[in-house]
Ligand binder design. Sequence first.
Ligand code: HAM
Length: 420
Amino acid sequence: MSTFKAPKGTYDLLPPDSATYLAVREAIAAPLRGSGYGYIETPGFESVELFARGVGESTDIVTKEMYAFETKGGDRLALRPEGTASVLRAALEANLHKAGNLPVKLWYSGSYYRYERPQKGRYRHFSQVGAEAIGAEDPALDAELIILADQAYRSLGLLNFRILLNSLGDKECRPVYREALQTFLRGLDLDEDTLRRAEINPLRVLDDKRESVQKQLGDAPLLRDYLCDACKAYHEEVRELVTAAGVVFEDDPKLVRGLDYYTRTTFEFVHDGLGSQSAVGGGGRYDGLSEMIGGPALPSVGWALGVDRTVLALEAEGVELELPATTSVFAVPLGDEARRVLFAKVTEMRKNGVAADFAYGGKGLKAAMKAANRSGARYALILGERDIEQGVVQLKDLESGEQTAVGMNEIVAELKSRLG
Ligand code: HAM
């Protein structure tokens, strides 16, 4: 052990478990790749102002959880707490929306940072795979994203997740609702902090986890009853398209999200085996975000799925992903001459697409064979002095134990054909 430990609220991904994380990222990305989403990568930090304006000045994410700092050059930056604002910023900066092909569909995968109180499923450094479809107002696009997330979870073998769906209205109807909710909240017995929140961001109060607050919210007006006709029709169409795709969801009129940019469609994926940090993913429409960060009107929709919590969900359901061994062949040289010859063979195998590893460190036969077994490789290649003289190498099938001598010049082709 060294003097240092991973910082509070973080953990390291180590083999063999790290393979599951890679597979989860891949499983979430696969349906996106197959649906016209192009890969985007943005910096790990951005101007603080982008998140303040985008995510919302009064959200917990911006007021409490952001890793904000000033650079030596005097720039105010923050480690990204989420991906949507950055992706939209990048798309606008590169004028992707002007290329005449809307929506611009993008997917991403990376690290995000929030200074939260750590607990199981809630970390200060975590990982998301996300998707954003920028520049189109079309209920089929909202439906597509919900369906693709469902497909991703199902492809991993997850069953005990639920999709919660709501509409948050638009700039026509939400202000009316906001007023009504505020009037209602002012009449409750709430502490000062909560009353202040009711003035700044009344919808967030609906999400208050305390029972003393929830108890009083039973008769709170619901946004559902305030939606304008356009929002109602839009939401109905999203619901119909998702239903027609055979994807089951629950209407949740109290669903509010922790980010301020949402309009109309909002959804969350929750897993019932995760305890209090049950949201494995979330997203929705953000028709006003582009204008909020100085761009043109670009109605958009997206989601981000949490990789850490998806892995926890797999554990909770006892799902073990079938992860093929990464190494197919493990080479075991016996002696110096054999080491040179076999090392060259390993290099040749790798160039020919055969995943191979090597017994380094001058191990004896016993230790080297142990390493071969541990590697998960199907075959061991053993080379001794006598083999070199005879121009062969010993090919051992580690599953059946069967061993045969194969000509040195034939071995790569033989392995390729055996491994299919
Ligand atoms: P979010 O709901 O804040 O949305 O985060 C999405 C997912 O990231 C969560 O459901 C959760 O699985 C994971 N996550 C968030 N915070 C943590 C944490 N501290 N530890 C572990 N996992 C965490 C967004 O970030 C939006 N940008 C989603 C979006 C994309 N909306 C539109 N487009």
